[in-house]
Design a protein around this ligand. Structure first.
Ligand SMILES: [Zn+2]
Length: 107
């Protein structure tokens, strides 16, 4: 099974466009997956798999505010500095694409 197949086998595609991780999560609620012997956050693995390498030092954030979402179109990478600037200036407000359904935590 490839890494992509492992990911897709545990993703549930929701009507709002989110690809929700249904596998194991860490204490913070982020999906996690063992890759080459290391526990990694699933959204970072998904970003690398479908969007390309995460530039060093950048954080992968969710446009949809759903931390279990792995849809590469909902993920973007920013530095801590840029995240602060965006939030302070509202140049590029972080708008959720769609509200996650109220029951998403059930999964
Ligand atoms: Zn999403």
């Amino acid at each position: 099974m490839t890494l992509e197949e492992r990911l897709l086998s545990r993703i549930m595609k929701r009507e709002n466009g989110c690809w929700e991780w249904t596998g194991a999560c860490n204490s913070g609620g982020y999906g996690q997956l063992c890759v080459l012997g290391h526990m990694r956050r699933v959204h970072r693995v998904a970003y690398e798999l479908w969007n390309g390498p995460i530039p060093k030092g950048l954080y992968v954030l969710h446009r949809c505010n759903n931390i279990r979402c792995c849809n590469p179109a909902h993920l973007y990478a920013k530095s801590r500095h840029m995240i602060r600037r965006i939030r302070l200036s509202d140049i590029e407000p972080i708008e959720p694409i769609a509200k996650p359904p109220p029951d998403w935590r059930r999964f």
